[in-house]
Design a binder for this molecule. Structure first.
Ligand code: DAK
Length: 257
């Protein structure tokens, strides 16, 4: 299907979703996030796709939830519609998804980047949770995911002052995995995605699920969960193939089975 506010492209086993409302700095309006959710639903079912990149423009990954769309909303309306349900589609997505962030990633923009499995930032990236300047606070998981990424002190600093942090500060704070020059951002994201997509898809999905479980479980529960999934991997043809390929000094050819 065609999309109006995002661009969905596929290159081999990697799909890229580009947020495409440049005049509004990719503010995350409802219709755009419905398209993101719909695209992710289709990509989840597409066996040919092993990894997804979520990106924006060079100036803005996304400058936040759409303030103009939100400003007159009333509580019961947003409660009934479950405002931001579609935004969480990124967190619900089970295949690996990388955020390639250039420019502003503010408010909801920072929050959806944090829903991705990791963030690769261009050197012009700026992250922030400036909602306090608007008389609200982060509402798409920012207060919860930011503290898990950067710790309490910096999460408080970002959410209470509303200031932005640049790419190097975000790297030092572990909010992002890598910082690259702007003109190398997409190439780097595609390279990482291709590597991930070349792995066994179910094994990559289980790895992601296990790492994410660390946010929900105690250490002993998480280790137990890891062990059970690790053991279950020995039912797959891909485990046999991966280990045989190592012994035979050749590249593995995973079949996602
Ligand atoms: N929403 C709507 N439009 C936006 C926008 C946004 N978040 N950010 C930028 N735009 C629009 C601007 O209005 C402008 O449109 P026109 O005036 O040309 O029509 C256009 O994009 C270009 O923006 P600027 O002219 O401002 O560009 P500059 O380069 O001068 O400045 C900027 C860039 C990113 C510093 C600035 O645009 C800015 O400060 N933007 C807002 C950033 C922000 O505050 N983001 C957080 C959004 S709030 C909740 C309720 C709310 C929330 C959470 C939960 N519950 C009910 C649970 C809040 C979530 C958020 O994300």
């Amino acid at each position: 299907m065609g999309y109006e506010m995002i661009e969905l492209t596929k290159d081999g086993s990697v799909a890229t979703i580009m947020l495409d409302r440049p005049k509004a700095l990719n503010a995350l309006c409802g219709p755009m996030m419905a398209e993101v959710a719909k695209a992710l639903e289709a990509l989840a079912k597409d066996d040919a796709i092993g990894c997804v990149i979520l990106t924006g423009s060079e100036k803005a990954f996304a400058a936040g939830a759409d303030i103009k769309e939100m400003s007159d909303l009333e509580y019961l309306e947003i409660y009934k519609d479950d405002l931001f349900y579609n935004h969480e589609a990124i967190a619900r997505f089970r295949k690996p998804i990388i955020a390639a962030v250039a420019g502003y990633a503010l408010g909801g923009g920072c929050e959806i980047a944090m829903m991705c499995d990791f963030i690769i930032a261009a050197d012009n990236a700026k992250f922030g949770q400036p909602e306090i300047n608007l008389g609200v606070m982060p509402g798409i998981g920012g207060t919860q995911r930011l503290i898990r990424a950067v710790g309490k002190s910096k999460a408080m600093d970002m959410c209470l002052t509303g200031r932005m942090m640049d790419a190097n500060e975000a790297l030092a704070a572990n909010l992002v995995a890598r910082v690259v020059p702007l003109d190398e951002l997409m190439e780097t994201a595609k390279d990482a995605s291709s590597k991930i997509a070349a792995q066994s898809q179910p094994i990559a999905m289980m790895t992601k699920e296990t790492i994410n479980s660390a946010f929900e479980m105690t250490l002993s529960q998480g280790v137990q969960f890891e062990r059970r999934l690790f053991q279950s991997m020995f039912t797959t043809a891909d485990q046999k193939e991966g280990m045989a390929a190592f012994s035979e000094k050749r590249k593995p050819h995973f079949k996602n089975k």
